[in-house]
Design a protein. Structure first.
Ligand code: PEP
Length: 252
């Protein structure tokens, strides 16, 4: 594990009503009261307010699962960065593979979202990752390199350390298949090299999350890798005790 503060983020996707999110927070906070890592919850937009109120001033912070890069205007159904700030968000996830695959989001759009978040003093969690087909064709590093080139194109060097990059091999998301710690570390090392080439010394400060079927049973071996600084967690983040075990990875 690195000197960077570990960061664990729960991506609940389209799950949990506001009341269910509040109940999660009430059960979860006592379980992580002594955790010395950064903990982020990303409920659906509709649960941000209730979850945020339940979090109060705790060390667990809120994230949105998406954002529109514009400040305001005729964008039906969309949410602007300032609206997330208003609800107490600290982070927003951008470029999740489900948004790329199901809603046609390009890395160019992800770049605009990341820039808009930084401009609003929100911290972007920028997701990258290859599909199974790309993985099997040995194209992982090309694909991830291109996604980084394009998705981080508008991040100035002075703000780079505020960005979190989540490497999520698409074939490992929600499938129960995890990249082995060695495979994950290999890609994370390449991402780190890319970040240092692009941002200089700040590249060392950027936290890299692994995502893809992370659970209490496999988190410790992933976190033992030099360039894995945390996890973006879907399924295993939906239950307070399972996500708390991930957060306490050194005791899992
Ligand atoms: C995700 O949603 O980003 C994710 C990694 O999901 P899961 O942990 O369920 O694979």
């Amino acid at each position: 594990m690195s000197q960077r503060t570990p960061i664990f983020a729960a991506n609940w996707k389209m799950q949990k009503t506001a009341g269910q999110a509040e109940a999660f927070v009430e059960a979860f906070l006592p379980l992580v009261a002594d955790a010395e890592v950064d903990i982020v919850l990303a409920p659906p937009f509709t649960a941000l307010d209730r979850a945020g109120r339940a979090l109060g001033g705790s060390r667990v912070v809120l994230a949105a699962q998406n954002v529109n890069p514009e400040e305001k205007g005729a964008f039906t159904g969309e949410i602007a960065p300032a609206m997330l700030v208003d609800l107490g968000c600290r982070y927003a996830i951008v470029g999740h593979s489900e948004r790329r695959a199901l809603y046609g989001e390009s890395s160019e759009l992800v770049a605009r979202k990341a820039a808009a978040l930084l401009a609003a003093d929100l911290l972007p969690i920028v997701c990258v990752g290859e599909t199974l087909e790309e993985h099997e064709a040995g194209r992982t590093l090309d694909v991830v390199g291109n996604q980084l080139d394009e998705s981080l194109a508008q991040v100035p060097e002075a703000r780079a350390a505020e960005v979190v990059v989540a490497y999520e091999p698409v074939w490992a998301i929600g499938t129960g298949k995890t990249a082995t710690p060695e495979i994950a570390q290999g890609v994370h090392r390449s991402i780190r090299e890319w970040l240092c080439n692009r941002f200089g010394e700040a590249g060392q400060a950027i936290r890299l999350q692994y995502g893809g079927s992370v659970k209490p049973e496999n988190v410790a071996e992933l976190m033992a890798q030099t360039d894995i600084d945390g996890a973006l967690v879907g399924g295993a983040s939906l239950e307070p005790d399972r996500f708390a075990k991930i957060v306490h990875f050194d005791r899992a």
